[in-house]
Design a protein around this ligand. Sequence first.
Ligand code: LLP
Length: 438
Amino acid sequence: LGSGNMNSEGHLEIGDVDTVDLAKEFGTPLYVYDVAKIREQATAYLSTFKKRNVTAKVAYASKAFSCIAMVQLMQQEGLHLDVVSGGELFTALQAGFPATHIHFHGNNKSIEELTAAVEEGVGSIVVDNFYELDCLKSIGESLNRVIPIQLRITPGIEAHTHEYILTGQEDSKFGFDLISKQADQALHEALSSSYIDMMGIHCHIGSQIFESDGFVMAIRKIFDLLEDWSESFGYEARVVNLGGGFGIAYTTNDKKISIEEMMNVVVDEVQDQVAEKSLAMPEIWIEPGRSIVGEAGTTLYTVGSEKRIPGVRNYLAVDGGMTDNLRPALYQAKYEAVIANRLSQKNTQTVSIAGKCCESGDMLIQEVSLPKTSQGDILAMFCTGAYGYSMANNYNRLPRPAVVFVEEGEAQLVVERETYRDLVHLDRPLKKTVVTSF
Ligand code: LLP
């Protein structure tokens, strides 16, 4: 599960670096990323498409974890980048990522964000609604630029049988729906503007998906629409973007998906549809986030207080919590952990891992079996690489942790730990001092 091995001292080692040493050097809580694992995941996507000899683009969904070094790593690996805000775009550009390899998402992009994206020459804008289409037409006109776009559709797939974080169903804030023919109207508007280059179609059916059926259904819906668009508008898509959402195993009980198998199913279905409907083969684009970084990330915490309620529960508290990993509190997400400095010891107690925030719901793991611990031990929680740092917050004014990349025995600090000074950096004191006497 996740990343890591035991070294000769019985410590957890990631990327050939002892995590106990990392905790000493960089402090805790600490996000540790196994760079080799990230590279491996990126390669799994790219090599499958290459083997199948189809033109494809794999864009890393940077919402899963974005910082300058991460974006640079994605560039090294030959991935494109998906951004969803001016902030993610800024980070990518600061990292030197080529704008033409970025595509821009979001259901309410501001005019400022859209203008910046067009001025920077972003490779494609995934248009979500009519308001945005109008904004882009006028931005194109005023900057005299032809703006490459994809239209995001909601394919109307309700995957009741799986634990999807759904976005593809009809009742969704995202995209143009098919039932009320919004997608046709959007295509009509896009084709009638000389400032819009209609590259193709996008859909994202949800996140943490383990079965390929959802993707197959989405592909069929897309190609039904494309067949229709070919007949009614004479339109042929150059790009079919299937979004992200490929699941990862957070616990040993979770299923593991094979990226290769999943991508092969996708390619097969696209090829079948193209043949069946006699359409031109488009480029296949995907935008995975979680499956690139999730398993590569491990969070290190220091064990602090304990509370034992005989016959009820043993609480073991660590120095982070819902501030660095919101997922257990928000989604009841499950994780597994070990005591990084006691890997060779037997698990002899069942404890629940509590965060340090002033909130009973701030529990990181309910009931995990661990060795007997003492204060100062290092708890390592696995598979925290996606939507951990990116959803971190300063609740209770806790500073955000540092992020370290490890690879081939070397550790590199890629995001510094926030300081108390950083926390008050944007605060401004009250203007008027009123002295109240009682
Ligand atoms: N493309 C679009 C349009 C998306 O909305 C998302 C995720 C992705 C790609 C990447 O999906 P991934 O491959 O990472 O599953 N905070 C939640 C996940 C929210 C996902 C939002 N959209 C979590 O922690 O589980």
